[in-house]
Design a binder for this molecule. Sequence first.
Ligand SMILES: Cc1cc2nc3c(=O)[nH]c(=O)nc-3n(C[C@H](O)[C@H](O)[C@H](O)COP(=O)(O)O)c2cc1C
Length: 652
Amino acid sequence: MENATHIFRPIKVGALTAKNRIEAAPVSVSDLTREGYLTDAHAALYGMKAKGGAGIVTIGEGYVSRSTGRAHALVIPLYDEFVLPGLIQTTDAIKAHGAIASAELLHCGVRSHPQFCQDGRVYGPSEGMNVYGARIIEMDEDMISQTVESYGDSAEMAQLGGADMVMIHGGHGWLLSNFLSPIHNQRTDRFGGSIENRARISLMVVENIRKKCGPKFPIEFRMSGSEFIEGGFTLEDTVEFARLLDGKVDIIHVSATSFHDPDAGLRMFPGVFLPHGCNVFLAEAIKKAVKTPVATVGGINSAEDIEDILATGKADIVALGRALSADPFLPEKIRSGNPQGIRPCIRCNNCISSIFVPYIKYATRVNRCTVNPDFGRELDQLYRRDPLEPEKVMIIGGGPGGMQAAITAADRGHDVLLFEKTDALGGELRYATAPDFKADLKKFTQYLIQTVQNSTVKVVFNTDVTVDLVKQINPGMLIIAVGAKPITPRIPGIDNQKVLMAGEMARHRPAVGQTVVIVGGGLAGCEEGLHLARQGKDVTVLEMKDRLAMEGTYLYWRALMVELEKEKRLKTVTHTICREINDEGVVVETVDGNKTEFKADTIIIAAGFEARTELVDSLRECDCKYTVIGDCVKPATVLESVHGGHFAALNI
Ligand SMILES: Cc1cc2nc3c(=O)[nH]c(=O)nc-3n(C[C@H](O)[C@H](O)[C@H](O)COP(=O)(O)O)c2cc1C
């Protein structure tokens, strides 16, 4: 990018200077050791963000208290000296690339889980019941002082562990924001009531860290610019709060919402239904009220947006979470004039969704990124060596899996031939990206296509590959990525002229009537329904199971449900089997055996996909080393296809 002048302007952070205005936001990992210690893998992960060019790299979720304030099992215990070896390795890895290493300090307050707190108790500003059914015990002055000390002690531990700076987490519904929130704080003493009183504990924490870590040790304060909950604190409150922090901390970092909102995740990790940078206005308002540098965060993932936010003075620093998981080299690619080479985050929330799923019992997990198969595997990446002898690699299928396989194989020096039976790359993603809420996925598809085009991969279009062709080419490795085909259910009347298949709909966008019935409420059916309802059609989505769009990640699913509920023209009916299609519409049977009719001008069949197993089986006769990936193994997510392609190519 030619005009990234604001991004690369250094900024003073207390006594330090960040080399640019991009901060790696805290993105915690869930594969710590059982004690919560960081390992070489985490040093590699955080180090990669620094190598990729971020000016500040924040290590997420360092906990300040052994006995209380923990929301789940696997957190970094900044109260335990045995945290130091892993922490030192990690901060070293960050600093090795000239970035500022920062550690986050956290106490979960009323959202702590008694099961993970040593004393089994949950503390907060005022009495109440918490989300896990535990009694919230009002903190007395002694408890408040102890907690304040524990922040200072943990900051000291972080400093000892090589952190150049700390981030106090004062947002998202954790302890310090509980004190700020009228919902959680009904105290009448010096910690409740006025904003000065509600802010008091935060200021005491800042002061305690200054006392223990010295005046030159930079402190960043993360807050939510608004709780976005009825009765919660608002932007007006946080502007006042920021004025109280002004000059006492070195960065005021403005995120949004609180975990106490059941749909908090939708704005805290903004998904595809919100505009990029949807929380910037909060930082902008706060910046107008203070002199301290202000950071913004939330759904920002392009060079243009980052530069624009900084150039227009809406914030002084842009923090990126998921965008750096998708591509840690985002800053470096902007700096070196290659922003089009950035692998874009598609905001699918695969990386964070599992913590929200109410029916997942265990906290231990590994975060994965749809578009970056190497996220969380940075250590492997560091030790990876290119093969000594390049192979001739033949790939069949130009969808996301085939393209990723081609990119990775070519990148490793192999001689790659990619065969696509149509005249363009992209596979089903080419068509599945028409609705505006698919713009991020569309951008990723473009990224894959361009990366193939800019590589050494030779693409052969309009070719149906046969066993004879494979034998003729005689590859060292054949990667079969021929995708899936739509399922046509055996419903009487399915060949009625009112019927369209979802794939056909996505490909050609034929005209549809005013009243549309969609048979199949999986992701494709719901997304098409939403798209058509937004265009003014009256839509009914029929689903056999009890839940819609079950294939989506939890946060995407939840956001999609919220959008569907908003559409007055859209109706969803679950537990319903389509029994017949006729000139009037669709006849369905409900679980209790009743039959009902839904009139329709157009009927769209979105009954899912099945692997092209016959084609795959015929190719198995090729007499060469082969592997099968993505949708042609079984209907796959974009993540499964992309990762399948990447690892198939790494295994050559
Ligand atoms: C996988 C994941 C883990 C996160 N862990 C933390 C954390 O430990 N502490 C924290 O304050 N925020 C955490 N966040 C929130 C991010 O710092 C950031 O505020 C949020 O993802 C929105 O920014 P983005 O749109 O750039 O990702 C996490 C986000 C993700 C996706």
